[in-house]
Design a protein around this ligand. Sequence first.
Ligand code: MLT
Ligand code: ZN
Length: 463
Amino acid sequence: MFNPDILNQLHNLLGDEGLRTDAASLQTYGRDWTKIYEPAPSAIALPHSTGQVQAIVQLANQAGFKIVPSGGRTGLSGGAVAAQGELVVSLERMNKIIEFNAQDRSITCEAGVITAQIQQYAAEQNLFYPVDFASAGSSQIGGNIATNAGGIKVIRYGLTRQQVLGLELVTGKAELLKLNHGLVKNATGYDLRHLFIGSEGTLGIITQATLQLIRAPENLTVLVLGVPEFAALMQVLTRFQASLDLSAFEFFSDRALHYVVHDKGLPKPFDTPTPYYALLEFENDSAGREQAALQAFQDCLEQGIILDGVMSQHQTQAKALWRLREMISETISVYTPYKNDLSVRVSQVAEFLQAVDQIVAERYAAFEVIWYGHIGDGNLHLNILKPAHMEKAEFFEHCTAVNEQVFALTKSLNGSISAEHGVGLLKRDYLPYSRSPEEIAYMRALKALFDPNQILNPGKLLN
Ligand code: MLT
Ligand code: ZN
């Protein structure tokens, strides 16, 4: 815990409103959705300005305490966990939308703005913020940028990185950096903005961002298709992509569907039982596009690569179909899943799924396995559920022992052991499966450059 002198200095800086040390706050702000790690922060700082963030980082450098930058704490890799007596710096009070520029189609906001608020604000301007995922109602834009959040629309619009036109941040040396200033084009050398995107709070604390908004898509239409086997999934993708620009291509297994149907009471998409489901979304803005979708549907049925399917007829139905996919993570979270977040190139997904399936059959024979993911962009979420009778520690030990095989397979295909959830604490020791020793050495050098006293998010990403 902090000595009274540090607490006094923080209090002088932040006032009553901006500093918390009560047990409930330490519990709440010290953890993310990973839930594996026991939170143990020393205090919670809630700055309301970039100046205050700078002053906190300055003080940390002088006094020698560590900081865990904190957004909506919806992460799944322990990136926002404070388990070592750190100061959590929550950006939640910095939640203002500062500027909207209609001509640039951009929005500038503070880091603590909730993702769904940005989506909502964009919609009010008849525009669209395309980064979306189930936790959009709680996650904050600063955290999204720090983890380069992905989600369900990556296949069409890319990751958070693609939307960031400018960044304001405080480095580990307490310097203020304003990067790229909202420019679309800027060929003046190293683009530091991109270094901070996805850096998981290890190089700086993001305080403001300028984001690109885009044309709002019209009449998004959703198909849920029943697929007989893994091998058919990517064939379905190829057939649909031959005539449509998809804005999503997700998949989930019948066990995943079982949980959202039984635990959440969601209606099944259709009665035909199928082992896998694909969820596709496209912009249905002309009769031609709908015709193309129906033709692809028909072709897939004839080829036997789908067994049944449904297409939304209105927005309420489209939303209801989306819930079948979006509710999976939250629904299974009560069964203490061991989560894998893997990716390979799209062209290798079919081969990868087959090989992962073999490992699963051998090593997880006695466990329930839930498959889902954004496989249209190569991202597989493989979740193993803890048997009710097994102790958490024993369960995680077993799953960790399988990591080596899954990650070695991923490495053999030059894939990623963390496609979108980040490295944090959970994947840190496995980084060499996806990054070469030379890359890791450069990453360490960058850490030393921007945060020489190792103040920011210690132990995350790099050890
Ligand atoms: C999802 O795709 O649902 C999220 O990444 C969360 C998860 O993997 O559980
Ligand atoms: Zn995901």
